[in-house]
Design a protein around this ligand. Sequence first.
Ligand SMILES: [Zn+2]
Length: 327
Amino acid sequence: MFEKALIMSYYYIKIGIGNSNRRYIMQLTDAEIKEILARQKLRKRMQQKRKRRRMIFFILLIIIVALIVILKPAVRISERLEERNRKAAREASYTGPPRGTIFIDPGHGGMDSGSVGEEKRYEKDDTLRLSTEIRSYLESYGFTVVMSRTEDKEIDRDVRGKMANDAGAKLFISIHRNKAESDGQGVEAYIPKRNDEGSRLLADNLLNALEKEGFVKRKVTAGTLNDPDSDYEENAAATMPAVLLEVGFISSDTDNALFDDNLGRNARAISKAIDKTFMTLYEPEKAAEAAEEEARMKKLTDEILYTTLEGMSGLVPTHSKETEFQK
Ligand SMILES: [Zn+2]
């Protein structure tokens, strides 16, 4: 009886109860009533489910929008902090007189995109990215750095060399990336065909430094790729020691990973090589000091290595170690 009343009230609310409906309900068996009730319950549950789903979707939407609104400035703040830290480190690390001007030339730019790798990876972007990092390091070593470009613009190759002359630069480094049809890999350097000692020293130091960062070391070439009697225009125009440096192949996944994952380390390695060359050519006293320091460090590492090996193998008698290092 109660169930019949329930269904009647349902009909009343939903469709308005008339005489025909009332008669229809009274004729229903208990089983039919139960089925109608079960169907109603199911419908209600489905509606609730839909409602809940809509609710979850809205909450997620709100969370995503909130994250975007909050995170964007947060990223910008962290970037600004990082830049400030780098600047502070730069200023803190060098207090002496200015040492001299280094010219850094990020290869290509503007309409001239240089070599193009997979997924429209442009050489001109890689060269600018790395050069900007190099400038940071060089400034922290006390150098004045002049760059041929700090944005995406085209400059003639000979003009880049002339800019270095006008700036009174002591060293000229043009940053590039290589490309090969087959599977070329590694770092290489081109120096002017005049093959002067300074350029060769700079090129050797640069390749050795990058080899330590994991790049395959290729050769130093005087002249151009195909002709030892001609010059790349920037190398010909620059009157100081000059190197056109190919920092890995843009066509090699291995080199691109080495380039991207270690951008800072590569920049530091290049900057250290420039610093070392500068000392040898222009600051002989400092170079001697640095060489002494390097020898001291090498001796120390050798000692540590020796002690460790001895501890591991027990092959080296203790007294022989003592005589070796008490000299
Ligand atoms: Zn190039």
